[in-house]
Every structure is written in C-alpha cells, then in structure tokens.
Design a protein around this ligand. Structure first.
Ligand SMILES: C[S@@+](CC[C@H](N)C(=O)[O-])C[C@H]1O[C@@H](n2cnc3c(N)ncnc32)[C@H](O)[C@@H]1O
Length: 443
C-alpha cells in the first residue's frame, strides 16, 4: 500500500499533495466521461512532469487506484452525499476515499489536502462539505463498507452487466477473476533469447539488486516493478516488458525457420518481436490498421534490432495488402474487449458497454474468415484474445468451426490452460487461445 504523503523527494512535495489530488480528479472526470486512461495520461504528461517526480507518480497511482475501486468508492460515498454533487467534487471525493481506504497516507493529510483541492477546483466554500463527507467516511467506515458489500458493483467494482457475464462464463472462478482485478498487475519481462538465456538474464537481475523468478520459457517475474531504464540492458534489447500470458502466443504458434508468418494485428509489436527473437530466418508480415500504433511496432523492432515486413492495412481487406503468397502460420491477436487485462487497464470496465462483446465477436469472426483464405493447407492460425467473455473465446471457436469444415481445433495443452483460457492470477493476465489447423489438401 503506497503512502502518498511521503516519498523519496521528501516533505516539500508532500506538502503539495492537493495538487496531485486535483489533477487526478480532473483526469478521472475525463476517463469517466468516456476517454481512455492511457490517452488522458499521455495528454496530461507535460503537466504531470511539471508537478515533479513524486507527485507525478502519486497522481498516476490515484488514477489507477480509483478506477480499480470505482464501484466500491461510489458505493461507500453515496450515503454520505445528500444531494447531487458537482462531478469534479465527486471525482475528488473518490480520490480522497481511495487514499483513506487503500493507502497508508496519513488520514489528516488526505482530508486537509482534499479540502484545499476542492477550493481550487470548485469554490472555497465547498471545503466544509468535503471535510464533512471525508470525516463521515472515517467515522462510519465499517458500516459503509458492509453496506457496499451488499451490492455486486460495490463488492466487485465492475459494472453489473460485466459481473453477470463473468459469472455466467466462469461459474467456478468468477469471484477470483473479479477480485484479482482489484490488484496491481505483475511486472513481467521477456528475455531476448537471441542474446542470452533466461537463466543468464536472471543472474544479471540479481546482480542489479532486482529480485525475480522465472515463470515461463522466456518470462521473468520481478518482485517489484521498476522503470525500464533500471533494467540491465533494456536499451540494448536484452529484455522487453510483456505479460507471461501474452508470451504464450509465440510458443503456441511455434514458427519454424524459413516459414512465412502473418501477424495480422501486430501493434505495438510485443508478439511480433517475440516471434522473431524465438525463431531465426523467419519472414514475418506484420499488419495493423492504425498507422500511429504501427509506428510503435517499428520502434519495438528497431530497439531489438529485428526485421519484419510492415503494412498499415485492414487485415480483413486482402486486396489492400496480400500479394497472394500463402502463409505457413498466422497469428490473429484480435481486437477484443480486453476483459482479461482490466487489472492493467482499470478504465476498460467502465468504458465498455454491454453490447461490446457481441460487436467485437462479429469483427473477430470476419477477420478470421478473411485471413483463413491466406493460410496454406496444413497451416495453423492461432487465435488470441485478452478477453474472458465467452463470445470472444469458445463462442468464436464454435462459430468458426461451423463455418469452416476445413478447420480442426486443438485446444492448447499445459498446466496454465483450461479449455483455452488462461485465467488471471498473480502471474498471468486473462487470455484465450485457440489453435486452428487448415486441413491439408487430399493427395
Ligand atoms: C490486441 S492488440 C494487438 C497487440 C499486439 N499483437 C502485441 O502483442 O503487441 C490489437 C491490434 O489490432 C489492431 N486492429 C484492429 N482491427 C484491425 C484490422 N481490421 N486490421 C488490422 N489491425 C487491426 C489494433 O489497432 C490493435 O493494435
């Protein structure tokens, strides 16, 4: 649990905690109004840098923390608010409530600074109201938390429709899935196997004072997250940040030297790079329809000194990019709801709508159907989503098989898989994998 009132940079910045609270409230209002947290933080970064290192980190933690607990924070605050509250004050109260319930920040500092922030954001006269609400929360905490536990949104901090779907699709595991989404995500690295073994890099981490353990073929879990610049050899391409579940893609696709491989939805390029690190002499065609995101694939490959053929194109429109040469293997890391990675992107659960899984499942079917025509008979298409909704997992496979009699489905084998799912835990994000082989042409 962080303490926002102290930091390496000392008390000078802590004395300005209200600045981080006010900025976080403003950013949260944008996110809850419909914008992605990544976009909002990127746009605000010059202002955050101006706040100084400590307050910038506090502000980011406040945004992530509030979004992870937004359902519960709303529920505990509701009985304390007698009338409609200005949206910016509502956001500020959630920021302060998050600090009181989930951090070690001194409560008096949280309240005093929130009162000051309220004055700056709205009007000095509202300070008394903010003070009264937060003192009420401290006094009645137990009773308010107990009442919050009584509603699904208050208990699990996800929208009700989302909770219902996860419960329907994972009747044995839904509570764990929703609970783990409130935690910090693991910080996992992928060791570049072209340059050294996973064991060799682990030894370098230990030498650098960064305790870590091996959790996959190339995956290393750090005990504590740190800026990438502190990782040995990051700039030299020794290592990349990538979740252990995402690293399973290259292993399952198992591309062989000399093959032509399509990475149909490639940006920002984590899986493209892993394919190239893992297998030499691979011809990879990497597509993304978003030019801005495709530029990130280029940067990723440049840092790692890897090469692929990049095209900015809609993968489903074959006439726009396909030269007619079939692929041995295809990775379709399809656009999805991201419901398996809400611990990492806590805004997703509040930005998605109940119709999104079905809408995205349509897109996934269309993309896979078009790409199937570019696959060699006998070749494999690996379908991946970081979603836990059935429409985007087993539902996709069922409908694909019904429409493609020349496809054979092999669910992935291994201890982390259960019917194609990798369920989120302390080491893994939530993913779904399906390997679809195209029947060879009869001799
Ligand atoms: C899940 S992300 C891919 C992550 C990537 N494979 C990695 O490991 O770094 C999905 C990507 O698909 C792209 N995308 C969505 N629809 C597409 C389409 N029709 N054609 C090509 N790219 C598409 C998005 O821009 C996004 O970058």
């Amino acid at each position: 649990m962080p303490d926002h009132a102290t930091g390496e940079t000392g008390q000078v910045q802590a004395a300005q905690l209200y600045l981080a609270q006010s900025k976080a409230a403003q950013l949260l209002l944008s996110v809850l109004g419909g914008r992605s947290l990544d976009a909002v933080l990127a746009e605000a970064d010059p202002d955050l840098i101006a706040l100084g290192r400590h307050l910038r980190a506090v502000c980011r933690d406040l945004c992530f923390g509030v979004l992870r607990h937004h359902g519960r924070l709303k529920a505990v605050l509701r009985p304390l608010l007698q009338k409609e509250t200005q949206p910016i004050l509502g956001a500020l109260l959630e920021v302060a409530a998050y600090q009181l319930l989930y951090t070690r920040t001194a409560p008096h500092a949280v309240v005093d600074h929130a009162v000051r922030a309220a004055g700056a954001l709205a009007h000095p006269a509202v300070g008394g109201f903010v003070n009264a609400v937060l003192r009420g929360l401290q006094r009645r905490r137990e009773e308010l938390e107990l009442a919050a536990d009584g509603t699904p949104e208050g208990r699990f901090s996800h929208p009700e429709w989302w909770i219902r779907r996860i419960r329907r699709d994972h009747p044995q595991h839904w509570r764990d899935i929703l609970t783990i989404a409130q935690q910090h995500p693991p910080f996992t690295l992928r060791v570049n196997s072209r340059l050294q073994s996973t064991e060799q890099y682990l030894a370098k981490l230990v030498d650098a004072g960064l305790p870590a353990s091996r959790i996959g073929v190339h995956a290393v879990l750090l005990e504590t997250a740190c800026p990438v610049e502190q990782l040995p050899g990051f700039a030299e391409g020794w290592v990349s940040v990538q979740d252990a579940s995402a690293q399973l893609a290259a292993e399952l696709l198992d591309a062989q030297p000399g093959e032509r491989v399509l990475d149909a939805c490639a940006a920002p390029g984590g899986k493209t790079a892993h394919l190239l690190e893992r297998t030499t002499d691979l011809h990879v065609v990497a597509l993304d329809h978003d030019a801005h995101r495709l530029a990130r694939v280029e940067q990723t490959l440049a840092r790692l000194q890897l090469q692929a053929e990049l095209h900015c194109a809609d993968a489903g429109r074959l006439d726009d990019w396909w030269d007619g040469q079939p692929f041995d293997r295809i990775l379709l890391d399809a656009p999805c709801t991201g419901s398996g990675v809400t611990r990492r992107h806590p805004d997703i659960r509040w930005l998605r709508h109940s119709g999104d899984p079905a809408r995205l499942a349509d897109t996934q079917r269309q993309l896979a159907g078009a790409l199937w025509r570019t696959l060699k008979p006998g070749g494999t298409l690996l379908y991946v989503t970081c979603s836990l909704f059935a429409e985007e997992g087993p539902g996709f496979v069922q409908s694909f098989l019904a429409n493609h009699p020349d496809a054979i489905h092999t669910p992935p084998a291994g201890a982390v898989f259960s019917d194609g799912w990798v369920l989120p835990d302390a080491r893994h994000d939530g993913f779904f994998y399906a390997s679809l082989r195209r029947l060879p042409v009869p001799a």
